[in-house]
Write a protein that binds this ligand. Sequence first.
Ligand SMILES: Cc1cc2nc3c(=O)[nH]c(=O)nc-3n(C[C@H](O)[C@H](O)[C@H](O)COP(=O)(O)OP(=O)(O)OC[C@H]3O[C@@H](n4cnc5c(N)ncnc54)[C@H](O)[C@@H]3O)c2cc1C
Length: 476
Amino acid sequence: MLSQCGEAVLTSLPLVSPEDAVLAACAVALADGDVVTDPDRLPTYQRDRSTGTPAGEPIAVVFPRTTEQVSAVMKAAYEHRVPVVPRGAGSGLTGGSNALDGSLILCVERMRDVLLVDQINGYVETQPGIFNTELRDHVAKHGMWYAPDPASKDFCSIGGNVNTNAGGLCCVKYGVTRDAVLGLEVVLADGRITQLGRRTVKGVAGYDLTGMMVGSEGTFGIVTMARLRLRPIPAPATTVVAVFADISHAGQAAADIMLATTPSMLEVMDRASITAVENWRPMGLDTSAEALLLIQIDTPGDAGNADATLVQEICARAGAAEVYQSEDPAEAEMLLGARRMIIPALEAQGDWLLDDVAVPRSELARCMREFQEIAERNDVLIATFGHAGDGNLHPTIVTPRGDSAAAERAMKAFGEILDVGLACGGSITGEHGVGSLKQHALFQELDEPSRDLHVRIKDAWDPRGILNPGKSLPRW
Ligand SMILES: Cc1cc2nc3c(=O)[nH]c(=O)nc-3n(C[C@H](O)[C@H](O)[C@H](O)COP(=O)(O)OP(=O)(O)OC[C@H]3O[C@@H](n4cnc5c(N)ncnc54)[C@H](O)[C@@H]3O)c2cc1C
Protein backbone atom coordinates (compact mmCIF):
# COMPACT_ATOMS: atom_id res chain seq x y z
CA MET A 1 0.00 0.00 0.00
CA LEU A 2 1.21 3.61 -0.75
CA SER A 3 0.69 6.70 1.40
CA GLN A 4 -0.73 9.88 -0.09
CA CYS A 5 2.81 11.03 -0.83
CA GLY A 6 3.55 7.77 -2.56
CA GLU A 7 5.70 6.16 0.20
CA ALA A 8 5.32 2.50 1.00
CA VAL A 9 3.72 1.89 4.46
CA LEU A 10 3.43 -1.34 6.42
CA THR A 11 -0.08 -2.71 6.57
CA SER A 12 -0.82 -3.78 10.13
CA LEU A 13 -2.62 -7.09 10.12
CA PRO A 14 -5.37 -7.52 12.73
CA LEU A 15 -3.64 -8.98 15.82
CA VAL A 16 -5.11 -12.10 17.36
CA SER A 17 -4.15 -12.64 21.00
CA PRO A 18 -2.85 -16.09 22.03
CA GLU A 19 -5.97 -16.55 24.13
CA ASP A 20 -8.30 -15.78 21.20
CA ALA A 21 -6.30 -18.07 18.93
CA VAL A 22 -6.66 -20.94 21.42
CA LEU A 23 -10.37 -20.29 21.90
CA ALA A 24 -10.86 -20.27 18.12
CA ALA A 25 -9.05 -23.61 17.83
CA CYS A 26 -11.17 -25.06 20.67
CA ALA A 27 -14.36 -23.85 19.00
CA VAL A 28 -13.37 -25.73 15.83
CA ALA A 29 -12.33 -28.94 17.64
CA LEU A 30 -15.11 -29.17 20.24
CA ALA A 31 -18.88 -29.47 19.97
CA ASP A 32 -21.25 -26.54 20.47
CA GLY A 33 -21.63 -25.83 24.16
CA ASP A 34 -18.34 -27.48 25.10
CA VAL A 35 -16.41 -24.20 25.19
CA VAL A 36 -17.70 -21.93 27.96
CA THR A 37 -16.59 -18.32 28.33
CA ASP A 38 -19.72 -16.97 30.05
CA PRO A 39 -18.42 -15.06 33.12
CA ASP A 40 -21.45 -16.24 35.13
CA ARG A 41 -20.53 -19.90 34.59
CA LEU A 42 -16.77 -19.71 35.02
CA PRO A 43 -16.73 -19.39 38.84
CA THR A 44 -18.16 -22.92 39.19
CA TYR A 45 -14.92 -24.23 37.72
CA GLN A 46 -12.54 -21.72 39.28
CA ARG A 47 -11.51 -23.59 42.41
CA ASP A 48 -11.57 -26.91 44.19
CA ARG A 49 -12.77 -27.71 47.74
CA SER A 50 -9.61 -26.48 49.48
CA THR A 51 -9.48 -23.44 51.71
CA GLY A 52 -6.62 -20.97 51.91
CA THR A 53 -5.53 -21.46 48.29
CA PRO A 54 -5.45 -18.76 45.58
CA ALA A 55 -7.60 -18.97 42.43
CA GLY A 56 -7.19 -16.76 39.34
CA GLU A 57 -9.47 -15.72 36.45
CA PRO A 58 -9.62 -18.31 33.65
CA ILE A 59 -10.37 -17.33 30.03
CA ALA A 60 -12.65 -20.32 29.49
CA VAL A 61 -13.59 -23.83 30.51
CA VAL A 62 -13.47 -26.48 27.81
CA PHE A 63 -15.22 -29.85 28.04
CA PRO A 64 -13.63 -32.27 25.57
CA ARG A 65 -15.36 -35.62 25.06
CA THR A 66 -12.64 -37.54 23.24
CA THR A 67 -8.88 -38.01 23.41
CA GLU A 68 -8.56 -36.40 19.98
CA GLN A 69 -10.35 -33.30 21.23
CA VAL A 70 -8.03 -33.10 24.25
CA SER A 71 -5.13 -33.40 21.84
CA ALA A 72 -6.45 -30.55 19.67
CA VAL A 73 -6.87 -28.31 22.72
CA MET A 74 -3.35 -29.06 23.94
CA LYS A 75 -1.82 -28.50 20.48
CA ALA A 76 -3.35 -25.03 20.36
CA ALA A 77 -2.39 -24.21 23.97
CA TYR A 78 1.16 -25.40 23.30
CA GLU A 79 1.51 -23.40 20.11
CA HIS A 80 0.23 -20.21 21.74
CA ARG A 81 1.77 -20.88 25.18
CA VAL A 82 -1.51 -20.56 27.04
CA PRO A 83 -1.56 -22.24 30.49
CA VAL A 84 -3.92 -25.19 30.93
CA VAL A 85 -5.37 -26.31 34.27
CA PRO A 86 -6.64 -29.91 34.09
CA ARG A 87 -9.75 -30.54 36.16
CA GLY A 88 -11.72 -33.61 37.16
CA ALA A 89 -14.57 -33.08 39.61
CA GLY A 90 -12.92 -30.31 41.64
CA SER A 91 -13.09 -32.16 44.97
CA GLY A 92 -9.35 -31.71 45.59
CA LEU A 93 -8.18 -30.24 48.87
CA THR A 94 -4.96 -28.46 47.84
CA GLY A 95 -5.92 -25.98 45.10
CA GLY A 96 -4.61 -28.40 42.45
CA SER A 97 -7.39 -27.63 39.96
CA ASN A 98 -7.74 -23.95 40.91
CA ALA A 99 -7.67 -21.61 37.92
CA LEU A 100 -4.68 -19.41 37.15
CA ASP A 101 -5.06 -15.98 35.61
CA GLY A 102 -5.40 -16.30 31.82
CA SER A 103 -5.61 -20.09 31.94
CA LEU A 104 -7.82 -22.50 30.10
CA ILE A 105 -9.59 -24.95 32.40
CA LEU A 106 -9.63 -28.35 30.69
CA CYS A 107 -12.39 -30.21 32.48
CA VAL A 108 -12.86 -33.91 31.73
CA GLU A 109 -16.32 -34.21 33.32
CA ARG A 110 -17.92 -35.06 29.95
CA MET A 111 -15.47 -37.97 29.36
CA ARG A 112 -17.19 -40.61 31.50
CA ASP A 113 -17.46 -43.76 29.37
CA VAL A 114 -16.25 -47.13 30.60
CA LEU A 115 -14.44 -48.48 27.54
CA LEU A 116 -13.73 -52.10 28.46
CA VAL A 117 -14.04 -54.54 31.35
CA ASP A 118 -11.60 -57.44 30.85
CA GLN A 119 -12.67 -59.98 33.46
CA ILE A 120 -10.14 -62.65 32.48
CA ASN A 121 -7.17 -60.32 32.81
CA GLY A 122 -8.71 -58.36 35.68
CA TYR A 123 -8.80 -54.78 34.51
CA VAL A 124 -11.09 -51.99 33.38
CA GLU A 125 -10.36 -49.21 30.89
CA THR A 126 -12.23 -46.00 31.51
CA GLN A 127 -12.35 -42.38 30.49
CA PRO A 128 -11.16 -40.12 33.31
CA GLY A 129 -14.29 -38.11 34.17
CA ILE A 130 -16.34 -40.96 35.64
CA PHE A 131 -16.86 -40.74 39.41
CA ASN A 132 -15.12 -43.34 41.53
CA THR A 133 -18.45 -44.76 42.78
CA GLU A 134 -19.88 -44.96 39.26
CA LEU A 135 -16.88 -47.02 38.18
CA ARG A 136 -17.17 -49.28 41.22
CA ASP A 137 -20.86 -49.82 40.50
CA HIS A 138 -20.16 -50.53 36.84
CA VAL A 139 -17.51 -53.20 37.48
CA ALA A 140 -19.61 -54.75 40.26
CA LYS A 141 -22.13 -55.68 37.55
CA HIS A 142 -19.33 -57.80 36.07
CA GLY A 143 -18.64 -59.41 39.44
CA MET A 144 -15.45 -57.36 39.94
CA TRP A 145 -14.23 -54.83 42.49
CA TYR A 146 -12.18 -51.63 42.17
CA ALA A 147 -10.46 -51.14 45.51
CA PRO A 148 -9.39 -47.49 46.06
CA ASP A 149 -12.30 -45.80 47.85
CA PRO A 150 -11.63 -42.18 48.87
CA ALA A 151 -14.18 -40.82 51.31
CA SER A 152 -15.14 -38.51 48.41
CA LYS A 153 -15.85 -41.46 46.09
CA ASP A 154 -19.37 -40.25 45.26
CA PHE A 155 -18.10 -36.95 43.84
CA CYS A 156 -14.48 -37.34 42.71
CA SER A 157 -13.28 -38.51 39.32
CA ILE A 158 -10.95 -41.36 38.40
CA GLY A 159 -8.69 -38.91 36.53
CA GLY A 160 -8.43 -36.82 39.71
CA ASN A 161 -7.75 -39.97 41.75
CA VAL A 162 -4.92 -40.92 39.40
CA ASN A 163 -3.43 -37.44 39.46
CA THR A 164 -3.52 -37.18 43.26
CA ASN A 165 -2.73 -40.86 43.87
CA ALA A 166 -5.85 -40.89 46.02
CA GLY A 167 -6.09 -43.12 49.05
CA GLY A 168 -9.18 -44.24 50.87
CA LEU A 169 -10.65 -46.32 53.61
CA CYS A 170 -9.79 -49.80 52.37
CA CYS A 171 -6.33 -48.84 51.08
CA VAL A 172 -4.83 -50.11 54.31
CA LYS A 173 -5.29 -53.61 52.90
CA TYR A 174 -5.72 -53.14 49.16
CA GLY A 175 -3.34 -50.29 48.37
CA VAL A 176 -3.77 -46.75 47.01
CA THR A 177 -4.59 -45.64 43.47
CA ARG A 178 -0.98 -46.16 42.33
CA ASP A 179 -1.29 -49.87 43.19
CA ALA A 180 -4.33 -50.14 40.93
CA VAL A 181 -3.04 -48.28 37.85
CA LEU A 182 -1.77 -50.64 35.16
CA GLY A 183 -1.64 -48.18 32.29
CA LEU A 184 -2.68 -44.73 31.13
CA GLU A 185 -3.40 -42.90 27.92
CA VAL A 186 -1.95 -39.43 28.26
CA VAL A 187 -2.11 -36.35 26.07
CA LEU A 188 1.23 -34.62 26.39
CA ALA A 189 1.75 -30.88 26.67
CA ASP A 190 2.32 -30.56 22.89
CA GLY A 191 -0.82 -32.55 22.07
CA ARG A 192 0.82 -35.88 21.23
CA ILE A 193 -1.03 -38.94 22.52
CA THR A 194 0.94 -41.65 24.31
CA GLN A 195 -0.01 -45.06 25.73
CA LEU A 196 1.84 -45.77 28.98
CA GLY A 197 2.08 -48.93 31.08
CA ARG A 198 0.86 -52.44 30.51
CA ARG A 199 -2.03 -54.89 30.44
CA THR A 200 -0.10 -57.71 32.03
CA VAL A 201 0.41 -58.47 35.72
CA LYS A 202 4.14 -57.89 35.36
CA GLY A 203 6.10 -55.59 33.04
CA VAL A 204 9.24 -53.54 33.57
CA ALA A 205 10.02 -52.25 30.08
CA GLY A 206 11.50 -48.76 30.19
CA TYR A 207 11.19 -46.19 32.93
CA ASP A 208 7.98 -46.31 34.94
CA LEU A 209 6.33 -43.32 33.26
CA THR A 210 2.91 -44.56 34.37
CA GLY A 211 4.03 -44.43 37.99
CA MET A 212 5.44 -40.97 37.41
CA MET A 213 2.10 -39.72 36.04
CA VAL A 214 0.28 -41.02 39.11
CA GLY A 215 0.21 -38.18 41.64
CA SER A 216 1.59 -35.61 39.17
CA GLU A 217 -1.34 -33.27 39.88
CA GLY A 218 -2.00 -32.27 36.28
CA THR A 219 1.53 -30.95 35.77
CA PHE A 220 2.77 -33.64 33.32
CA GLY A 221 -0.09 -34.37 30.92
CA ILE A 222 -3.82 -35.00 30.61
CA VAL A 223 -5.02 -38.49 31.51
CA THR A 224 -7.62 -39.48 28.91
CA MET A 225 -7.87 -43.20 29.75
CA ALA A 226 -6.98 -45.19 32.84
CA ARG A 227 -6.46 -48.96 32.83
CA LEU A 228 -7.15 -50.06 36.38
CA ARG A 229 -6.63 -53.34 38.12
CA LEU A 230 -9.74 -55.12 39.38
CA ARG A 231 -10.12 -57.72 42.09
CA PRO A 232 -12.76 -60.26 43.03
CA ILE A 233 -15.46 -58.81 45.28
CA PRO A 234 -14.26 -59.29 48.89
CA ALA A 235 -16.24 -61.16 51.52
CA PRO A 236 -18.66 -59.09 53.67
CA ALA A 237 -16.70 -57.40 56.45
CA THR A 238 -17.04 -57.70 60.20
CA THR A 239 -17.00 -54.32 61.94
CA VAL A 240 -15.35 -53.69 65.29
CA VAL A 241 -15.82 -50.40 67.14
CA ALA A 242 -13.48 -49.38 69.95
CA VAL A 243 -14.21 -46.36 72.14
CA PHE A 244 -11.33 -44.62 73.93
CA ALA A 245 -11.14 -42.05 76.72
CA ASP A 246 -7.63 -41.02 75.64
CA ILE A 247 -6.80 -40.35 71.99
CA SER A 248 -3.22 -41.50 72.30
CA HIS A 249 -4.50 -44.92 73.44
CA ALA A 250 -6.44 -45.08 70.19
CA GLY A 251 -3.21 -44.32 68.29
CA GLN A 252 -1.41 -47.07 70.19
CA ALA A 253 -4.19 -49.57 69.48
CA ALA A 254 -4.10 -48.74 65.75
CA ALA A 255 -0.34 -49.33 65.62
CA ASP A 256 -0.68 -52.60 67.55
CA ILE A 257 -3.49 -53.88 65.30
CA MET A 258 -1.35 -53.31 62.22
CA LEU A 259 1.49 -55.28 63.78
CA ALA A 260 -0.79 -58.23 64.46
CA THR A 261 -3.10 -58.45 61.44
CA THR A 262 -4.36 -56.81 58.21
CA PRO A 263 -7.77 -55.15 58.58
CA SER A 264 -9.56 -53.93 55.46
CA MET A 265 -10.25 -50.62 57.20
CA LEU A 266 -8.86 -48.90 60.28
CA GLU A 267 -10.17 -45.37 60.73
CA VAL A 268 -10.00 -42.98 63.65
CA MET A 269 -12.39 -40.20 64.66
CA ASP A 270 -11.66 -37.96 67.64
CA ARG A 271 -14.26 -36.29 69.82
CA ALA A 272 -14.32 -33.06 67.79
CA SER A 273 -15.00 -35.05 64.61
CA ILE A 274 -17.69 -37.19 66.24
CA THR A 275 -19.36 -34.09 67.70
CA ALA A 276 -19.24 -32.22 64.37
CA VAL A 277 -20.99 -35.12 62.60
CA GLU A 278 -23.54 -35.55 65.39
CA ASN A 279 -24.38 -31.82 65.38
CA TRP A 280 -24.71 -31.82 61.60
CA ARG A 281 -26.64 -35.09 61.06
CA PRO A 282 -27.68 -36.55 64.43
CA MET A 283 -27.31 -40.34 64.38
CA GLY A 284 -26.79 -41.22 68.03
CA LEU A 285 -22.98 -41.21 68.08
CA ASP A 286 -21.35 -41.16 71.53
CA THR A 287 -19.99 -37.62 71.80
CA SER A 288 -18.45 -38.29 75.21
CA ALA A 289 -15.83 -40.59 73.67
CA GLU A 290 -12.39 -39.06 73.24
CA ALA A 291 -11.79 -41.20 70.15
CA LEU A 292 -13.34 -44.02 68.13
CA LEU A 293 -11.57 -46.63 66.06
CA LEU A 294 -13.61 -48.16 63.26
CA ILE A 295 -12.11 -51.43 62.14
CA GLN A 296 -13.26 -53.81 59.43
CA ILE A 297 -12.00 -57.30 58.72
CA ASP A 298 -13.00 -58.97 55.48
CA THR A 299 -11.01 -62.19 55.84
CA PRO A 300 -13.63 -64.90 55.28
CA GLY A 301 -14.49 -67.76 57.66
CA ASP A 302 -12.85 -68.77 60.91
CA ALA A 303 -9.68 -66.82 60.19
CA GLY A 304 -11.77 -63.63 59.95
CA ASN A 305 -13.55 -64.40 63.23
CA ALA A 306 -10.21 -65.02 64.91
CA ASP A 307 -8.89 -61.69 63.56
CA ALA A 308 -11.95 -59.84 64.88
CA THR A 309 -11.42 -61.36 68.33
CA LEU A 310 -7.72 -60.48 68.23
CA VAL A 311 -8.50 -56.86 67.28
CA GLN A 312 -10.92 -56.55 70.20
CA GLU A 313 -8.30 -57.91 72.61
CA ILE A 314 -5.68 -55.48 71.31
CA CYS A 315 -8.01 -52.51 71.74
CA ALA A 316 -8.92 -53.59 75.27
CA ARG A 317 -5.21 -53.97 76.15
CA ALA A 318 -4.46 -50.50 74.76
CA GLY A 319 -7.03 -49.05 77.17
CA ALA A 320 -10.32 -48.93 75.25
CA ALA A 321 -13.25 -48.03 77.49
CA GLU A 322 -15.58 -50.11 75.31
CA VAL A 323 -15.11 -52.52 72.41
CA TYR A 324 -17.85 -54.22 70.47
CA GLN A 325 -18.39 -56.13 67.30
CA SER A 326 -21.23 -54.88 65.15
CA GLU A 327 -23.13 -57.67 63.41
CA ASP A 328 -25.67 -55.30 61.95
CA PRO A 329 -24.76 -54.22 58.38
CA ALA A 330 -27.02 -51.15 58.74
CA GLU A 331 -25.07 -50.01 61.81
CA ALA A 332 -21.77 -50.61 60.03
CA GLU A 333 -22.99 -48.55 57.06
CA MET A 334 -24.14 -45.79 59.41
CA LEU A 335 -20.70 -45.65 61.07
CA LEU A 336 -18.94 -45.56 57.70
CA GLY A 337 -21.33 -42.82 56.59
CA ALA A 338 -20.43 -40.86 59.73
CA ARG A 339 -16.74 -41.19 58.91
CA ARG A 340 -17.33 -39.96 55.34
CA MET A 341 -19.36 -37.01 56.58
CA ILE A 342 -16.66 -35.47 58.75
CA ILE A 343 -15.38 -32.93 56.22
CA PRO A 344 -18.82 -31.55 55.27
CA ALA A 345 -19.75 -31.52 58.97
CA LEU A 346 -16.63 -29.49 59.84
CA GLU A 347 -17.26 -27.24 56.83
CA ALA A 348 -20.67 -26.47 58.31
CA GLN A 349 -19.10 -25.49 61.62
CA GLY A 350 -16.83 -22.64 60.50
CA ASP A 351 -13.73 -21.89 58.45
CA TRP A 352 -11.54 -24.96 58.19
CA LEU A 353 -8.05 -25.87 57.14
CA LEU A 354 -7.30 -29.51 56.59
CA ASP A 355 -3.93 -31.19 57.07
CA ASP A 356 -2.98 -34.54 55.58
CA VAL A 357 0.18 -35.71 57.29
CA ALA A 358 1.37 -39.30 56.97
CA VAL A 359 3.30 -40.50 59.99
CA PRO A 360 5.02 -43.76 60.86
CA ARG A 361 2.50 -45.95 62.67
CA SER A 362 4.85 -46.17 65.64
CA GLU A 363 4.38 -42.38 66.06
CA LEU A 364 0.58 -42.26 65.80
CA ALA A 365 -0.07 -41.93 69.53
CA ARG A 366 2.58 -39.24 70.02
CA CYS A 367 1.38 -37.22 67.00
CA MET A 368 -2.26 -37.28 68.08
CA ARG A 369 -1.24 -35.99 71.50
CA GLU A 370 0.89 -33.27 69.92
CA PHE A 371 -1.98 -32.12 67.69
CA GLN A 372 -4.04 -31.56 70.81
CA GLU A 373 -1.22 -29.52 72.33
CA ILE A 374 -1.01 -27.45 69.12
CA ALA A 375 -4.75 -26.78 69.38
CA GLU A 376 -4.42 -25.57 72.97
CA ARG A 377 -1.31 -23.48 72.29
CA ASN A 378 -2.94 -21.70 69.34
CA ASP A 379 -6.43 -21.47 70.81
CA VAL A 380 -8.10 -23.24 67.86
CA LEU A 381 -10.21 -26.36 67.52
CA ILE A 382 -8.43 -29.27 65.84
CA ALA A 383 -10.54 -32.25 64.83
CA THR A 384 -8.39 -35.28 64.05
CA PHE A 385 -9.65 -38.14 61.94
CA GLY A 386 -8.29 -40.29 59.16
CA HIS A 387 -6.81 -43.51 58.01
CA ALA A 388 -5.10 -44.60 61.23
CA GLY A 389 -4.03 -47.94 59.76
CA ASP A 390 -1.97 -46.09 57.14
CA GLY A 391 -0.72 -43.50 59.64
CA ASN A 392 -2.49 -40.91 57.45
CA LEU A 393 -4.18 -38.34 59.66
CA HIS A 394 -6.33 -35.33 58.82
CA PRO A 395 -5.99 -32.92 61.76
CA THR A 396 -8.44 -30.21 60.65
CA ILE A 397 -8.35 -26.74 62.15
CA VAL A 398 -11.73 -25.10 62.57
CA THR A 399 -12.16 -21.41 63.43
CA PRO A 400 -15.19 -19.10 63.67
CA ARG A 401 -16.21 -17.97 60.20
CA GLY A 402 -14.63 -14.70 59.10
CA ASP A 403 -12.49 -14.31 62.27
CA SER A 404 -9.21 -13.07 60.81
CA ALA A 405 -7.20 -13.31 64.05
CA ALA A 406 -8.32 -16.92 64.45
CA ALA A 407 -7.45 -17.56 60.79
CA GLU A 408 -3.90 -16.39 61.47
CA ARG A 409 -3.63 -18.72 64.45
CA ALA A 410 -5.00 -21.52 62.26
CA MET A 411 -2.24 -20.97 59.68
CA LYS A 412 0.35 -21.15 62.45
CA ALA A 413 -1.19 -24.37 63.80
CA PHE A 414 -1.27 -25.76 60.24
CA GLY A 415 2.49 -25.24 59.92
CA GLU A 416 3.14 -26.74 63.34
CA ILE A 417 1.22 -29.89 62.39
CA LEU A 418 3.38 -30.27 59.28
CA ASP A 419 6.48 -29.79 61.44
CA VAL A 420 5.32 -32.57 63.78
CA GLY A 421 4.77 -34.84 60.78
CA LEU A 422 8.25 -34.18 59.38
CA ALA A 423 9.97 -34.34 62.78
CA CYS A 424 8.65 -37.84 63.40
CA GLY A 425 9.89 -39.11 60.04
CA GLY A 426 6.59 -38.67 58.20
CA SER A 427 5.41 -36.78 55.12
CA ILE A 428 3.52 -33.52 54.63
CA THR A 429 0.88 -35.28 52.57
CA GLY A 430 -0.39 -38.84 52.55
CA GLU A 431 -3.01 -38.57 49.79
CA HIS A 432 -4.26 -35.07 48.99
CA GLY A 433 -1.09 -33.85 47.28
CA VAL A 434 0.74 -30.53 47.26
CA GLY A 435 -1.20 -28.29 44.84
CA SER A 436 -0.63 -24.68 45.82
CA LEU A 437 -1.19 -25.34 49.52
CA LYS A 438 1.94 -27.17 50.59
CA GLN A 439 4.71 -26.03 48.28
CA HIS A 440 6.79 -24.51 51.09
CA ALA A 441 6.39 -27.63 53.16
CA LEU A 442 7.43 -29.75 50.15
CA PHE A 443 10.60 -27.68 49.93
CA GLN A 444 11.28 -28.65 53.55
CA GLU A 445 10.58 -32.33 52.95
CA LEU A 446 12.81 -32.74 49.88
CA ASP A 447 16.58 -32.41 49.91
CA GLU A 448 18.38 -30.24 47.35
CA PRO A 449 19.22 -32.93 44.77
CA SER A 450 15.63 -34.17 44.88
CA ARG A 451 14.25 -30.64 44.41
CA ASP A 452 16.56 -30.22 41.41
CA LEU A 453 15.31 -33.51 39.90
CA HIS A 454 11.72 -32.40 40.41
CA VAL A 455 12.32 -29.24 38.40
CA ARG A 456 14.14 -31.07 35.59
CA ILE A 457 11.55 -33.84 35.35
CA LYS A 458 8.78 -31.27 35.11
CA ASP A 459 10.72 -29.59 32.32
CA ALA A 460 10.99 -32.87 30.39
CA TRP A 461 7.22 -33.47 30.48
CA ASP A 462 6.21 -29.87 29.99
CA PRO A 463 9.00 -27.93 28.23
CA ARG A 464 6.91 -24.78 27.73
CA GLY A 465 5.59 -24.82 31.30
CA ILE A 466 1.91 -24.66 30.27
CA LEU A 467 0.50 -27.54 32.35
CA ASN A 468 -0.84 -26.34 35.70
CA PRO A 469 2.17 -24.02 35.98
CA GLY A 470 3.53 -23.25 39.42
CA LYS A 471 1.57 -26.01 41.17
CA SER A 472 2.91 -28.94 43.10
CA LEU A 473 6.63 -28.08 42.80
CA PRO A 474 8.69 -27.19 45.88
CA ARG A 475 8.80 -23.46 46.54
CA TRP A 476 10.57 -21.46 49.19
C1 LIG B 1 -15.29 -34.64 51.75
C2 LIG B 1 -14.00 -35.02 51.06
C3 LIG B 1 -13.40 -36.23 51.39
C4 LIG B 1 -12.19 -36.60 50.77
N1 LIG B 1 -11.65 -37.81 51.07
C5 LIG B 1 -10.51 -38.22 50.45
C6 LIG B 1 -9.93 -39.49 50.76
O1 LIG B 1 -10.42 -40.27 51.56
N2 LIG B 1 -8.79 -39.82 50.10
C7 LIG B 1 -8.20 -38.99 49.18
O2 LIG B 1 -7.17 -39.34 48.62
N3 LIG B 1 -8.75 -37.78 48.89
C8 LIG B 1 -9.87 -37.38 49.49
N4 LIG B 1 -10.42 -36.15 49.18
C9 LIG B 1 -9.75 -35.27 48.20
C10 LIG B 1 -10.20 -35.44 46.71
O3 LIG B 1 -11.49 -35.98 46.62
C11 LIG B 1 -9.19 -36.31 45.96
O4 LIG B 1 -7.95 -35.62 45.90
C12 LIG B 1 -9.63 -36.67 44.52
O5 LIG B 1 -8.70 -37.61 43.99
C13 LIG B 1 -9.72 -35.48 43.59
O6 LIG B 1 -10.43 -35.89 42.43
P1 LIG B 1 -11.18 -34.81 41.50
O7 LIG B 1 -11.75 -35.52 40.33
O8 LIG B 1 -12.13 -34.01 42.29
O9 LIG B 1 -9.92 -33.95 41.04
P2 LIG B 1 -9.71 -32.38 40.97
O10 LIG B 1 -9.88 -31.76 42.30
O11 LIG B 1 -10.50 -31.82 39.85
O12 LIG B 1 -8.15 -32.36 40.56
C14 LIG B 1 -7.18 -32.87 41.40
C15 LIG B 1 -5.81 -32.77 40.69
O13 LIG B 1 -5.77 -33.67 39.59
C16 LIG B 1 -5.56 -32.98 38.36
N5 LIG B 1 -6.41 -33.67 37.38
C17 LIG B 1 -7.72 -33.99 37.50
N6 LIG B 1 -8.13 -34.71 36.43
C18 LIG B 1 -7.05 -34.83 35.60
C19 LIG B 1 -6.82 -35.47 34.35
N7 LIG B 1 -7.77 -36.17 33.71
N8 LIG B 1 -5.58 -35.38 33.80
C20 LIG B 1 -4.59 -34.70 34.42
N9 LIG B 1 -4.76 -34.08 35.60
C21 LIG B 1 -5.96 -34.16 36.19
C22 LIG B 1 -5.92 -31.54 38.64
O14 LIG B 1 -5.19 -30.64 37.83
C23 LIG B 1 -5.53 -31.40 40.10
O15 LIG B 1 -4.15 -31.14 40.22
C24 LIG B 1 -11.60 -35.74 49.80
C25 LIG B 1 -12.22 -34.53 49.47
C26 LIG B 1 -13.40 -34.17 50.09
C27 LIG B 1 -14.03 -32.86 49.71
